[in-house]
Design a protein around this ligand. Structure first.
Ligand SMILES: [Zn+2]
Ligand SMILES: [Zn+2]
Length: 247
């Protein structure tokens, strides 16, 4: 059973997440913040770490991979990340693997370099992790109770800016390409909920500092927030998962 998720870092300055089970087993996601910060978040306990999943080669997700490996952590990702760092365990897309007590299903998402999303199962919990992608190309026929997905920007905030300010346009094209909007994240989750129960947590990650206005986001996720704890992740957050398990 998954007990909690720690947000060590999220956003373009660096990403790192820790999923902890009730037995103290840990699965790390991303290696984009200093290893010192990760160690602190682990209370300097580097035991019982099943591995680290990396989405793609960009520094805000991968820069500390060598330190992870140096400290004996198995690092898993796609072949592109292995080309950059070596000694990464390469996962095939859409082939499930067992990492400790976690079952991990990697799949390709859309970014400007090869990038994986991950469906993670532990006990009766299913977490969908996807970042640095404009869309989630697959739909899953299982009840996902925790979404950890990118909500980089609001289409509304961005389009309003485009009208105001010509300078933003070049940057805007870059964001739209390979990053997910809050509107899309909401639509994807709501679509899943047509068939399955609402998730207990929807953790919105990799928010842009400038294009993610909380009041706009509250409005975008208005319907989902009636049933689901929608969290706009901040560095240092610790999110309890078990408290809202459906029994
Ligand atoms: Zn990123
Ligand atoms: Zn990226």
């Amino acid at each position: 059973m998954i007990e909690n998720i720690k947000i060590v870092g999220t956003g373009s300055k660096g990403n790192s997440y820790i999923i902890r089970t009730d037995t103290g087993e840990k699965l790390l996601i991303e290696a984009g913040v200093s290893f010192k910060a990760v160690k602190e978040a682990l209370n300097f306990d580097l035991t019982n770490i099943s591995g680290a999943l990396i989405s793609h080669r960009h520094g805000d997700h991968s820069k500390e991979i060598n330190n992870f490996i140096k400290y004996g952590i198995n690092v898993y990702s796609n072949s592109d990340v292995n080309e950059k760092f070596n000694r990464v365990i390469v996962l095939k897309p859409q082939v499930a693997v067992k990492i400790g007590s976690f079952k991990v299903f990697p799949f390709n998402v859309n970014h400007d370099v090869p990038c994986y999303g991950y469906l993670i199962n532990q006990g009766c919990d299913y977490i969908l992790f996807a970042t640095d992608t404009d869309k989630i190309p697959l739909t899953f026929k299982i009840p996902i109770n925790v979404f950890m997905i990118e909500s980089n920007y609001s289409e509304k905030v961005l389009f309003d800016k485009m009208i105001d300010d010509n300078k933003t346009q070049a940057n805007t094209a870059h964001i739209l390409d390979g990053h997910m909007s809050a509107e899309y994240a909401n639509e994807y989750i709501m679509n899943h909920c047509k068939t399955y129960e609402y998730p207990s947590k929807a953790i919105m990650i990799h928010l842009s500092d400038t294009n993610s206005d909380v009041s706009v986001y509250d409005d975008i996720f208005k319907e989902l927030r009636k049933t689901t704890d929608v969290i706009y992740a901040n560095n240092g957050d610790e999110i309890e998962i078990t408290e809202s398990a459906p029994f």
